[in-house]
Design a protein around this ligand. Structure first.
Ligand SMILES: Cc1ncc(COP(=O)(O)O)c(C=O)c1O
Length: 360
């Protein structure tokens, strides 16, 4: 170990750096390929809303000024859309930043942070930054095991992350399961319901976290403009919670953490109903197509409530990743023989299936 690694917090040295989906440009460079598609990071295959692009372009000339820190216009518009009070909202440089800030605000060394064993990798990073003790709950058939969470509650439990729909498995917890968890969790334990893929879920038993906020003041709901709104590149996410919690977040939020372009783009995207509808239609059609084709190929998968599909391969996922990459298709390995594919445009989905047929 170098001397700075000895100086760094032990909990930080336990963190494995986040590995993002491989960028298109990297595959183009490394393999000398021109035509590369990325189905690895659950981005919106239709691109950003044109209205958002226009609004951001219009804001370029004012970039000498700091952003409006309280995101006034975006806050008002979101409050109206979600039917919540403006002071229940807080914003972040992507919801990723909010996951970390929440852990920093509530978790002290030795506190327990609980989440599913196969879930969004940033929960581990957030817990480790704060020196919290990670409690991972094994899944039940690729789903969050709510009874497992309840059984592991202890006086040290401080924070629970529930990813719903879950990344990477695409499964959901139902309204009944969510209520069961919230009833069992002590009122001073913070529950973060990460709804990054909220808009895609179409199961009637899927709970809309915002509807439960008045009943459970220890609940924080997180959403993002990175997925269905197609704005992953500008980094805009938000949380909805009791004003006491948003007040705490306000204390530790870096000043101006939601930048001008993010505020303008998100506001315009929120009003672009056609883009939202087209995105959901593309996802639904793509999902049906991929289900049918994966079945024909004999590739097992977990039915999804999001914009990606968790697939179970017959060999290590890395073998598929590398073979597909050579054909200009980037997917995401999870571990062992598990991988995750983002649902793309129909053209992209067909290309993925063709490549899979060729390498199987
Ligand atoms: C479950 C989940 N939560 C949060 C995020 C972070 O999204 P962002 O920081 O872009 O808002 C992601 C991104 O992939 C995610 O999958």
């Amino acid at each position: 170990m170098g001397k700075f690694e000895e100086v760094a917090k032990k909990s930080v040295m336990q963190i494995k750096p986040y590995v993002p989906g491989k960028p298109v440009a990297a595959v183009q460079r490394e393999l000398g390929l021109k035509d590369v598609i990325k189905l690895a990071s659950n981005e919106n295959p239709l691109g950003p809303s044109k209205a958002a692009v226009k609004a951001m372009a219009k804001a370029l000339d004012s970039l000498n000024l700091y952003p409006e820190s309280g995101a006034y216009e975006l806050r008002q518009a979101l409050a109206k859309k979600l039917k919540v009070k403006p002071d229940t909202l807080f914003f972040g440089n992507g919801s990723n930043e909010l996951l970390q800030l929440i852990a920093e605000a509530f978790v002290s060394p030795g506190d327990e942070v609980m989440f599913s064993a196969v879930s969004f990798v940033v929960y581990s990073i957030a817990a480790n930054i704060t020196g919290g003790t990670i409690i991972q709950i094994p899944q039940d058939n690729f789903r969050h095991n709510i009874d497992g969470f309840i059984a592991r509650l202890s006086p040290k439990t401080k924070l629970i992350f529930i990813c719903n729909p879950n990344n990477p498995t695409g499964t959901i917890i139902t309204k009944a399961e969510f209520e069961k968890l919230m009833q069992a969790v002590p009122k001073n334990v913070i529950v973060v319901l990460d709804e990054a893929y909220f808009e895609y879920a179409d199961d009637k038993n899927y709970p809309d976290g915002i509807k439960y906020l008045s009943k459970y003041p220890n609940l924080i709901v997180l959403r993002t403009f990175s997925k269905v709104y197609g704005l992953a590149g500008i980094r805009a996410g938000y949380g909805v919670a009791d004003p006491e919690i948003t007040g705490i977040m306000e204390r530790i939020r870096p000043p101006f953490n939601i930048n001008t372009l993010a505020q303008k783009g998100a506001l315009a995207a929120l009003g672009d109903k056609a883009h939202l509808a087209a995105t959901l239609k593309t996802n639904k059609e793509g999902r049906a197509y991929l289900y049918a084709e994966l079945k024909k190929l004999g590739i097992k998968f977990v039915p999804t409530q999001a914009n990606f599909i968790f697939i179970i391969l017959d060999r290590n996922a890395m073998i598929y990743f590398e073979a597909l990459q050579k054909k200009g298709v980037i997917i995401r390995t999870v571990f062992d023989n598990f991988a995750r594919i983002t649902i793309g445009t129909m053209k992209e989905n067909k290309r993925l299936i063709k490549a899979l047929k060729e390498i199987k």
